[in-house]
Design a protein around this ligand. Sequence first.
Ligand SMILES: CC(C)(COP(=O)(O)OP(=O)(O)OC[C@H]1O[C@@H](n2cnc3c(N)ncnc32)[C@H](O)[C@@H]1OP(=O)(O)O)[C@@H](O)C(=O)NCCC(=O)NCCS
Length: 181
Amino acid sequence: MLPSDMPRLSQGAVVLRAFEDRDVALVQSVADDPLIPLITTVPSSGTRDDALAYIARQHDRLTTGAGYSFAIADLATDRAVGSIGLWLRDVDEGRASTGYWVAPDFRRRGYVATALQALTSWALSLDGIDRVQLYVEPWNEGSWRAAESCAYQREGLLRSWQKIGDERKDMYMYSVLRPKH
Ligand SMILES: CC(C)(COP(=O)(O)OP(=O)(O)OC[C@H]1O[C@@H](n2cnc3c(N)ncnc32)[C@H](O)[C@@H]1OP(=O)(O)O)[C@@H](O)C(=O)NCCC(=O)NCCS
């Protein structure tokens, strides 16, 4: 049975927690990022109302069974810097997937590497999740380096896997498996 409430997961200087309305400025701050609104439902309008609606949708993810959408926050200040999710579409097959983003002002400080470590350890501790996978475009070195630092292995290149914006993109498939005992 997967948890029916959002846990609070902490690791190093990072905490993963549910989004709150006070995180609205973070969501607005990434509206003009060249990638984030294309690969997530972050609104590109940048309006406060749209950003609040995004936050409300994150709360629905658990009730609809889509998965767990966490804010990545700094442990010391509880200020949100980004987002990471655990998605359950294929959980009947023992597979979950993850995706994440960090606002530009907070990049290259280890937030995603630490958040992904926390999310992955928790996910693999849950009955029914034997594999966590993620998809990364080959140019996105920050993303695949974070994944590799959390023991994700590159399994191959999925050709023309996903439409991002107007173009179909190749994606590396990465995964980490539940250790066998
Ligand atoms: C990709 C992204 C999530 C990385 O987040 P981050 O918090 O800056 O990553 P970290 O600081 O944890 O860095 C992880 C590793 O990648 C390296 N790295 C980070 N950004 C990098 C970049 N632009 N180019 C090369 N290396 C980079 C770090 O030095 C670190 O390397 P190390 O393992 O050798 O120490 C962030 O840039 C982002 O949100 N980008 C837009 C959305 C996105 O691409 N999401 C992922 C889609 S798959």
